[in-house]
Design a protein around this ligand. Structure first.
Ligand SMILES: NC(=O)C1=CN([C@@H]2O[C@H](COP(=O)(O)OP(=O)(O)OC[C@H]3O[C@@H](n4cnc5c(N)ncnc54)[C@H](OP(=O)(O)O)[C@@H]3O)[C@@H](O)[C@H]2O)C=CC1
Ligand SMILES: O=C(CO)COP(=O)(O)O
Length: 334
């Protein structure tokens, strides 16, 4: 019988989400080139078959996964490029590539952040920089922490693309025994919601750090859902049900889970850490820190009333005291 050729995938990023996605993909018939910037991490994976810096319990199947640190090499012959570095570093990671390197490939963003230099969603930025047609672009979204993937806890991902075939193919690629996937078309709504929920998770962490309880947090999160809806509908009007798991579900997991980087970062800020000391304390990136600045700047054009986003912006970028910002916010929540 003729063997079916493996799907050729390039993973960009060596962090926790990239490692979790490598684990999921490896359950399927794939051949993966895994790019990361650290030669020491790459060498370690080749020798010991696990990523020493992130999710180190995950075994890497090096028959399917070839690790490298040269981005052009990693792109050769791939059908799918999956981007899984924080948005602030995506330009750095792809340095030296041209539109020709992307020609004919599908580009999948697993990133939940904004490119700070242009205030763009990652898919828009990739389309502009590398002339990737919208029909070849998708995002991986949904409530899914890398740490739970590592433990094979049953999870759900939503795959969004304006092209139904692209969404369906990516959904098949990243589904496995313990991950169920759903293809949808609301790529912008889902990407913006994913960016916004990180900001709300920061706010959620700040309230925890300040000593607010579950009662307050529930009101914060439900008010936040209205902010997300107002903003996403203003920026990209479309009929959408925000109670779906890629919207509300992702907000809930990030605002409540102890695995959340954004919530953890917010908690440290609420406890009185400076931004620098909170960043130093965490080995991982909280996208919401960069996103709140981008959303604040974009909203200068739209003027959507978003008191929670504004409070986070004031705390992180205007050096407002968390206690007084939350006192002001308290009056605005219902
Ligand atoms: N972790 C999760 O559960 C989930 C994360 N995501 C999203 O995935 C994206 C990646 O997050 P995550 O994996 O958690 O991040 P991590 O903090 O775990 O890893 C960050 C990665 O970025 C790399 N990096 C840092 N600076 C640069 C740079 N200048 N150039 C290139 N690479 C750089 C790091 O490399 P080095 O180790 O060498 O410093 C590391 O590989 C984010 O957008 C996040 O929102 C989405 C869903 C779930
Ligand atoms: O998006 C995530 C889970 O769905 C991860 O959120 P954090 O980056 O806050 O950990």
């Amino acid at each position: 019988m003729k063997s079916i050729q493996p799907t050729r995938v390039t993973m960009v990023g060596g962090g926790s989400w990239a490692t979790a996605l490598i684990k999921i993909l490896s359950e399927n018939n794939v051949s993966i080139k895994w790019w990361m910037r650290s030669q020491a991490d790459a060498d370690h994976i080749k020798k010991y078959h696990h990523n020493k810096s992130y999710l180190s319990d995950v075994q890497i199947n090096t028959r399917k996964v070839k690790v490298c640190t040269k981005i052009r090499e990693a792109f050769k012959e791939s059908e799918y490029i999956i981007l899984a570095v924080p948005a602030a570093f995506v330009a750095d990671a792809l340095k030296g590539l041209t539109p020709a390197h992307f020609a004919g490939k599908r580009v999948v963003s697993a990133i939940k952040g904004m490119v700070p230099s242009t205030n763009q969603l990652v898919t828009d930025w990739v389309g502009d920089q590398y002339s990737v047609p919208a029909a070849q672009v998708a995002v991986i979204a949904g409530p899914c922490h890398a740490e739970e993937v590592a433990l094979e806890k049953h999870s759900y991902l939503t795959i969004a693309s304006p092209d139904a075939a692209c969404a369906g193919d990516v959904a098949s690629l990243v589904s496995c025994r313990y991950v169920q996937t759903t293809p949808v078309d609301d790529i912008y709504g889902i990407e913006y919601s994913a960016v916004m929920k990180n900001i709300i998770a920061l706010a959620s962490g700040i309230t925890r750090g300040l000593g607010y309880g579950d009662n307050f947090q529930a009101v914060l999160v439900s008010n936040a859902m209205q902010e997300i809806k107002l903003f996403v509908d203003a920026i990209y009007p479309k009929h959408r049900d925000l109670s779906g798991s890629a919207y509300l579900g992702d907000l809930l997991v990030t605002a409540y889970s102890p695995f959340s980087r954004n919530r953890t970062f917010g908690t440290l800020i609420g406890r009185g850490y400076t931004i620098q000391s909170a960043q130093a304390e965490m080995n991982m990136i909280a996208e919401g820190y960069y996103a709140v600045k981008s959303i604040h700047e974009i909203n200068q054009r739209f003027g959507v009333d978003m008191p929670i986003v504004q409070a986070v912006y004031n705390i992180l970028y205007e050096r407002a005291a968390p206690t007084s910002e939350m006192n002001l916010l308290k009056e605005k929540l219902k």
